[in-house]
Design a protein around this ligand. Sequence first.
Ligand code: NDP
Ligand code: BG6
Length: 513
Amino acid sequence: PVENLKDGLFSATSSHERSDGLCFDYRKDESTVSITVVGASGDLAKKKIFPALFALFYEDCLPKHFTVYGYARSKMTNAELRNMVSKTLTCRIDKRENCSEKMEQFLNRCFYHSGQYDSLDNFMELDTKIKEHEAGRISNRLFYLSIPPNIFIDAVRCASLSASSTNGWTRVIVEKPFGRDSESSAALTRGLKKYLNEDQIFRIDHYLGKELVENLSVLRFSNLVFEPLWSRQYIRNVQLIFSEDFGTEGRGGYFDNYGIIRDIMQNHLLQILALFAMETPVSCDAEDIRNEKVKVLRSMRPLQLENLVVGQYKSHTKGGITYPGYTDDMTVPKDSLTPTFAAAALFIDNARWDGVPFLMKAGKALHTRRAEIRVQFRHVPGNLYNRNIGTDLDQATNELVIKIQPDEAIYLKINNKVPGLGMRLDRSTLNLHYAARYSKEIPDAYERLLLDAIDGERRLFIRSDELDAAWALFTPLLKELEEKKIIPEYYPYGSRGPVGAHYLAARYNVRWG
Ligand code: NDP
Ligand code: BG6
C-alpha cells in the first residue's frame, strides 16, 4: 500500500509499515534473531556489516532479543572481536550523548566462534552457543556469507545442517560475485538450493540499498510529470555511470578474476537499469517488482563486442606523485588484460524502449568518484526558441540527473530566459539537493538491506531468474573478450578514461554527461 504521511511525503511500504525514520516495533516481540557474520575477520565485515548492525541498533531498529556472532577460521576471543569491531563503529547518524553507552551495549551482544567453513562439527558448536542466548525463545537465524565465493556452498551446507533454526526462520545473505558467467552462476544456485529454498536466499546487491536507487520507483510512479515521458517517445538516451577515483589496490587478486564488467556492470548498473526501465509493477511487493525487472532483462539484446570499449589504467605521475598502474599490483599478472574500465551500449527490444541506447560506463582509477543516472530528452520539435538558444542544440535539450553518490541529488536541466530586457535563453537547473532538503543523514545501503533481510523483505534482493537473465546478457561477450584476448585501451590513472568511450557514444549521437 502507498500511504500518505502527515508531512506530504509518501511511504511505499510492503508487508510491514516502515515509514521514514521508523523501524518496526519489535519491542513486544519475544522471538530472538541471531545474526552470524561468516567471515567476520574480513574486510567487508569490518568495513560494512558490523557498522551497519550497530547503526541499526543505535536507531532502535534491531529486535529486542538479538545477538551477533562472528564466525571465521582466525582465532579470536569475544574481547578481541569486540575490540576489532569497535574501531569501525561510528555514531554517525546523530551524535547523541549516549553513543559510547550504546556502543558498549551493542558490543556486549557480539560474540565470536572460530571454526572451519566446511566443518559440520564447528557449526554445531556455534549452534550450541546460539541456543544458550536464545534461552528457549523462538529462534530466527540470519547468516551473512562474507567470504570468498568458492566456499559459499560449504558454509551453507554446514550452517543449514548444523546451525539452522528448528522453530523459526533461517535466512542466508549471499554476497556477490554470484558466479562469473551463466554456467558458474547456475551451479552456485543449484548448490545453494540443495540446502535452502529460494525464499531463504538473499542475494545482495548493495546498490539496490542506496537511497536514490530505492527512490527511482517513487520518482517515476508517484509523480505525474515523469512517467508519461519515460519512453522512446521523449527519451533520447539513458546513461548509467559509475566511476571511482582509486584503483584496485588491495583487491587485485579478486579483481583480476572478474574485471569491471562482472564487478560493476552485470550487477550494480544492470540492476539500476532494470529498475529504471521496468513497467509499472502490480504492487510494491517484492515478487511484483522482481517480475517486472526480469521482463526488462529478458527483453534486452545480449551485449555485442562492437558495442563495447574496454580499458585498463596505467601508471601516471601527477604533482610529483606516481600512481600505480593496474598491473603494478603484486597480485595481478603483469600481462593481465582484465578491464578496469568498460563502456557499453545496451538496448531493450520492447515497445517502450525500442532504439533508445542505454549507455553504461564503469571505471576504476578515473578522475572522479561518482555514480549517476543521466536521462537525456529529445529536442523540442519546432522549438520556437531555437535561435535564442545558440548553435549547440544538443546542449539545449532537457536532462534529468539522478546523482546516486556522492552528494545525493536529483536535478533537471531546463532552458530558461536570462532575466533582462532581451530574449536570451540559458540552461538552468531545478535542483533537489538532498543535504539541503533533508537534515537526516542517509543510511548506508547495508543498513537498509540487513534490516530488510531480518524482516523477510525481498524487494531489494536478487531472485535467481533475474540473475540468470543478467548473466545471459553478458556471458557470450565475456567469453568472446577472453577467447579473442582483446587488448584494453590503456588510460592514465586519474584520467577520464579511454577515448574510445566517446567514439562509442558518438556512434549513437550521445555525449557523455
Ligand atoms: P576477505 O578476502 O577479507 O575474506 C573474508 C574472510 O574469509 C577472511 O577474513 C578469511 O577469514 C576468509 N577467507 C579468505 N580467503 C579464504 C580462503 N581462500 N579460504 C577460506 N577462507 C578464506 O573478503 P571481503 O571481506 O573483502 O569480502 C567478503 C565477500 O564479500 C566476498 O565474496 C567479496 O567478493 C564480497 N564483497 C566484498 C566487498 C568489499 O568491499 N570488501 C564489496 C562487495 C562484495 P579467516 O581466514 O579468518 O577464515
Ligand atoms: C563493489 C565492488 O561491489 O562495489 C567494488 O566490488 C566497488 O569494486 C564497490 O568499489 C563500490 O561500492 P560503493 O558503495 O562504494 O560505491
